[in-house]
Structures are given as C-alpha cells and as structure tokens.
Design a protein around this ligand. Sequence first.
Ligand code: SF4
Ligand code: SF4
Length: 332
Amino acid sequence: MNQPKPLHLRRLTSGGLITNYYCTSRCRHCLYACGPRWEKRYIEAETAAANFRKIRQLGCHSVHIGGGEPLLNPEGLAAVLAAARDAGVGVEYVETNSSWFIDPEEAAALLTSLKKLGLAALLISISPFHNEYIPFKRVKSVIAACRAAEIQAFPWINEFYREIDSFNDGITHGLEEYAAKFGADYLKRLPSRYWIHLGGRAVKTFQQAFPARSLEAVCADSRAGCRELLDTRHFHLDLFGNYIPGLCSGLAVKAEDLGGPLDAEAYPLLTALFNTGVAGLLDYAASQGFEPTEAYVSKCHLCLEIRSYLALEKQIGSAELQPLAFYENLGS
Ligand code: SF4
Ligand code: SF4
C-alpha cells in the first residue's frame, strides 16, 4: 500500500491574524463560529509576535487583523500592531463590526492612537447578518470616526448600504424583517451577493438554500483528496498558535509545524483529508460510530458533521480539531 503524501505548507501567500473569537454578535454566516459565549481571551503579545515571525519566514509580508471583534480589546490590539511593526509585517486593515462604538470623540481618539502604531484602515462589516446584532447607526458612526482620524474605511460591502439604511438605524433588524420587506427568498439570494463560504455557521444557515447531493456523490468527488488544504491565499493564524488550513475552520495545524511536511501520526485527520478527502475521513469516523445521513450540500458539509461528531460526541480530544469551542458554537 502506498504511503500517504504528507501535507506540506511551504509558503504563505495572503492571510490574517485572528486576535480573539469572542464577539458581540453571533452572525448566522460566521465561518469561525464566533460569538459572545466564547471565552473572553485575546491574543498574547508573545503569540502575536511568534505568529508574525512565522508569517514572514514563510514569505508573507503583510496581513489583516480579524476576529471575533479585534476592537473589543483596544490595548490588546495596540500590542498586536506593535508586534507586527517589530516583526516587519505590514497590517493591511483591521476588520470590525462597529459594536465597540460609544461616542464620536472617543472613537476618533482611539483610532488616532492606533494609527500611530500602524493602523491604516478599517474594514467595516456591512451586511444584513451583522445588522441582526448591530444598529446601523453605529456602523455609520465608525465610518465617520475613520474620517476624523484620517484612516481609510472599507465598507464591506456597500451593496447592502441602502437596504439596511431603509430600516430604523437606531435598532437592530432580523433577517425575517429583510425577508418581509425584500422577498421571501432574501436569505437564499444572499450568497450570490456577498462572499459567503459554506463553512462554520453558514453551513446550517444555508443548508436548505442549496440542493442536497447523495452521500455517494459527495464522497466520490472527494476521493482525490482536499487540495484546498494547500491553499494559502486566505490563511489565518490564531491566538492559540493554530494555523487554519485553507478555509477549513475547525481544523488546526500548530504554527511551529508550518514549513515542513506534517507528520502523519501527529496529523492523522488532515493526512486522511489531504490524501483521500472526506471519504477517507468518513471511513475513520464510521469506525468510531458515525452514521452519515443520505445527503449533504457539499463535501465540506459532511466534513463538518463528521468533525463535530468526533469533537463533541466522541470527544476524541484531537489537536487537529481546534479550537474545541468552534464546534460548541456552531449553532446560531
Ligand atoms: S461574522 Fe464577524 S461580527 Fe459576525 S459573529 Fe463572526 S466575527 Fe462576529
Ligand atoms: S472537505 Fe473538509 S478538509 Fe476538505 S475542503 Fe472541505 S472542510 Fe476542508
């Protein structure tokens, strides 16, 4: 029998640093299943520095900062920006949902102080998902604060601005209100208007909106292995020192193992996924008592169901299925 090929991540192309998973919101599309029930833990300056050194070592010279909500801990974010500067890694932008905004002067002062540490731009989330938790008035206020502090504001995405602004901007609005105003298929149409990856919480949210495929078809397509695990165009390293391969949230590689071939014994699940795809993972999970249903939306849907089973029901305690709270927070 052939030896499985090791997953080998040689270079990092483009990505970000996750400072925290706790968040004021619990958006239904969140790839990283962030939310208020996560432990209020923020990246330590030493972990940020080690991550930045690794990022540079593997050929990447600038990143974005994301969460969770990075601005929930301004001192922590200041330390991260300083660590990036010291490591010679540029910060393209910091993502924010605007929940931290209280007062225009305070917001402008905070952004001005972070600008001195290298903050050049905020990517400001604008979507109906975010509006379920954050009144739009706060988003507008953060855009104004960026102007006052003379840093760039990237509204992500502007296409939703008018729709969201058609409601009372002082309060939040559920997706049901959007459906009532813009059509019953509103939720179903969202993936074609906004970049949504069918992973994390988005899988359950959009499960009904996509055609299901048979288990056999999903497995047959994936047997060549998941090349996505090699994709470093949207990588993330997090506060726990985990590297998240591809867009496969809930899977983890220790940052210190990047750059060399991953040992199949230390990384059995990732090795199976890389060589034989979700079909290989299913073989292992079946031996652990996992019983698949007849149909799934995609291979990643099946993969997430299997991993949730192994992490939560079987409690296999795998270093590859991290952070565990990701699986605990998948529900909306
Ligand atoms: S999408 Fe952003 S704002 Fe929404 S829960 Fe995830 S991290 Fe928080
Ligand atoms: S099946 Fe799993 S490992 Fe493969 S791309 Fe999807 S989430 Fe990633």
